[in-house]
Design a protein around this ligand. Structure first.
Ligand SMILES: *Cc1c(COP(=O)(O)O)cnc(C)c1O
Length: 417
């Protein structure tokens, strides 16, 4: 296994991705569909062969403004010409601007920038623990999370999520997480102890199968946190940045968190995450307590500011809500049309799910055969989450393609071919 065992070629061979099939050099952590996209335009992805797919997965809620949005392309290329990275040893103008704007638009007083959803969730947990530490309660460090939750794939995040499949083979669970049933206030009350620091919850469990928290549940969590001196941490990595038709999903419930994780749509495809917090919740975060080399670098900030330019434009979120209504009506029609395939339509805004009576992978495959991209989730659900910029005609087209996909899966119809 010495350095000599694998001599490096002077020049690495160039492989044609499509001709040779998937490269074994990429670690096999994903069950990938055998599709290679060359470019994107709005709600569409185009293969090298010129085949056009309607993208109702949006990179799992990341491409909030679709592909190659001119305003984002301009922001990134402009920034790329002047400055990519300086580190957080210095002030970063784009960070200050984005933080100011997020603070103005939300409950938050303070923002920390990172690079991903998991990093935002971990940072949120650290902030919650540190708050109690500097408040004279270092014994308060445990966090109540929910069954079916997803907070990312780092060691703490898989323990927070509590999904056995994600934890298997990775050593003992990271201590400090108590899991309650999603939506069960009595279970939450029972899980609170003298060591509890915070409750962390997704307003809609995305990976968990588009399971929406009832507004009353979120309000009850807020009340419990206030009554018991706990911090309410919201994971809005998937639900944030306009996905549900509000800037952040908790606005629907009329509550605010103490700490919130954001990522996915925030960069519209450029990797960026953020932790938002009230000044009180963030009071322990003094110099040296947390950091991230890449977090909030000028490229990421330029793009995220450009995303906000569009999402905060008057009328943008209203348009998301009316598109969402059109999509929901289309999905409701499908569910009436194919009762042997669809059990339930769920979701809010442009984060919709179909609970199926068959494996979601079958539906994803049937949709791909109709050149429509959708995303599987847990609980037998497929997610339908187009770019927020999706056009009405594209929604109708997607519903039509989904209807043809369902017809492939529906027993009475499949016999007819
Ligand atoms: C995707 C997701 C994460 C993890 O984000 P990564 O960027 O993959 O680390 C965390 N929480 C929620 C709710 C998510 O949807």
């Amino acid at each position: 296994m010495g350095a000599m065992s694998k001599p490096l070629p002077a020049s690495l061979p160039r492989r044609s991705v499509t001709a040779n099939g998937p490269s074994p050099a990429v670690m096999g952590t994903y069950a990938r569909r055998d599709l290679v996209f060359d470019r994107g335009e709005g709600s569409w992805l185009v293969t090298r062969e010129g085949e056009r797919y309607l993208d109702f997965g949006a990179g799992v809620a990341v491409n909030a403004l679709g592909h190659a949005h001119p305003h984002l392309v301009a922001a990134l290329t402009e920034q790329a010409k002047s400055l990519w990275h300086t580190s957080n040893l210095y002030r970063v103008a784009g960070q200050e601007r984005l933080a100011d704007r997020l603070v103005a638009a939300t409950f938050a007083d303070k923002v920390f920038f990172c690079n991903s959803g998991a990093e935002a969730c971990e940072g949120a947990i650290k902030i919650a623990r540190r708050y109690h530490y500097v408040s004279g309660h270092p014994e308060r460090w445990r966090v109540i999370t929910f069954r079916g939750a997803f907070h990312g794939r780092t060691l703490a995040a898989i323990s927070a999520g509590g999904n056995e499949k994600h934890m298997e083979g990775f050593g003992p669970e990271i201590a400090g997480f108590d899991h309650a049933a999603f939506g069960d206030i009595a279970a939450v009350e029972a899980a609170i102890g003298p060591e509890t620091a915070a409750i962390m919850v997704e307003p809609i469990q995305g990976e968990g199968g588009v399971r929406c928290a009832a507004p009353e549940f979120l309000r009850a969590l807020r009340e419990i946190c206030d009554a018991r001196g706990l911090l309410l941490v919201l994971d809005e990595v998937q639900t944030g940045v306009g996905r549900t038709g509000k800037l952040f999903a908790h606005e629907w419930a009329g509550i605010t968190p103490d700490i919130m994780a954001a990522a996915k749509g925030l960069g519209g495809g450029f990797p960026v995450g953020a932790i938002l917090a009230t000044a009180e919740a963030a009071k322990g975060m003094s110099p040296g307590t947390h950091g991230s080399t890449f977090g909030g670098n000028p490229l990421a900030m330029a793009v995220a500011n450009a995303v906000l330019d569009v999402v905060l434009e008057p009328g943008f979120l209203e348009a998301v809500r009316s598109k969402a209504l059109r999509l929901k009506q289309g999905l409701a029609r499908l569910s009436d049309q194919f009762p042997d395939v669809v059990e339930e339509v769920r979701g809010q805004g442009l984060l919709m799910g179909l609970k199926l009576k068959l494996p979601p992978a079958d539906a994803v495959g049937a949709a791909a055969a109709e050149k429509l991209l959708i995303v599987a989730a847990a609980d037998n659900v497929v997610r339908i989450l187009p770019p927020l910029t999706v056009e009405d005609g594209e929604i109708s087209e997607a519903v039509e393609r989904l209807s043809r996909a369902m017809a492939r899966l529906s027993k009475p119809r499949s016999s007819g071919g």
